[in-house]
Write a protein that binds this ligand. Sequence first.
Ligand code: ZN
Length: 429
Amino acid sequence: MLKEFHDCAQEMMDFIEKSPTCFHATANLKEMLDKEGFLELREAQEWSMEGGKGYYVTRNDSSLIAFRIPVLAPAGFHIAASHCDSPSFKVKESPEMVVENIYLKLNTEKYGGMILPTWFDRALSVAGRVAVQGAEGIETRLVNIDQDLLVIPSVAIHLNRDANKGTELNPQIDLLPLYGDCREGYKKDNLKNRVAKAAGVEPEEILGQDLFLYTREKGRFVGENEEFILSPRLDDLQCVYASARAFIDSEPKKYINVCAVFDNEEVGSGTKQGADSTFLEDTIWRIGEALHLSRSTVLRMVAESFLISADNAHGVHPNHPEKSDPTNRPYLNGGIVIKFHGSQSYATDALSAARMRSICQEAGVPCQTYANRSDIRGGSTLGNISTSHVSVASVDIGLPQLAMHSAVETAGIMDTKYGVDAFKVFFKA
Ligand code: ZN
């Protein structure tokens, strides 16, 4: 049995490794969907669809909504929501900076709220997308410079005796990555040339870029019995993978299954493709229109719908158990975490928690609960942002992990498959 958990965790980590940015995650999801016969729709074109088939649509190449229509008249929507962006550093325009005519470094800025010191002293590279002039207008190309390209060196402890005393880090000074040596005799290929080569275009063709740093570590198993996994971007690609895998492998009976994966959660979701956009709402109305359903039929369906917002949760920390709530204490390998918040930063209520618990029961998956300590603010997530646009009953869940927003995060070997199994029960109705 353990092999199934191991294999599922490995597949998830392979997905993460292939997905250094939200653009790659979206492209990889498209590939998984294409392989299973899902048809791509474009927002700028008319949609037609039929029962028994699956479709998907992307926005900005960085958010994706896939859905599958049942053969029978649909009763409502079963929606899973997760996010495909992760905290990182965005490469600025004209990024090269020369230091003392010797070092070449890159100018970057923060994307989201990462634990800054974890980015020191590890191999990094650059990935994202570039925009070029194509035959029929501006087109984009994915970029991944697949090489150990950069490092952000820390300052030696001898030069900074306070290094272990919570030194404040300045992203404009302390966190710029070293890119090369610009002295005579070293090959000089600026970042633009490298990016162009990786994108398969000429440097002068590049008219725009969204480029990010990413950590080069592959996901791996750790622990005496490989009980844990260590990987970049578990928040939230672990939930993206678990929900997408279950979605693709499931055939709905009465509901339209929806797998929504949003960009920009780490910066507040307020972009045209984030959870706080009209993307989900627009897609639901357009599905209704393509199926020739009246407005009141769609609204009746929305009233019958359920949304599971899946974004990773904080497990109890082995060195800081006091950081967790005294009575709601999720652990790695303990199964699905249902998140509660009195002021409704999480969308869970009694009914949606009950519904999620019964899904887990039916799936044979353990579930646990999370609440912030009453004196710790905690994070926010997707659930009540997307339900402010499409107001459906919803629950906030996550898979338990440690070190959220570290360059490399820790989770349990069991929980990815628990997530897949629970989503399969959700998506078979
Ligand atoms: Zn997250």
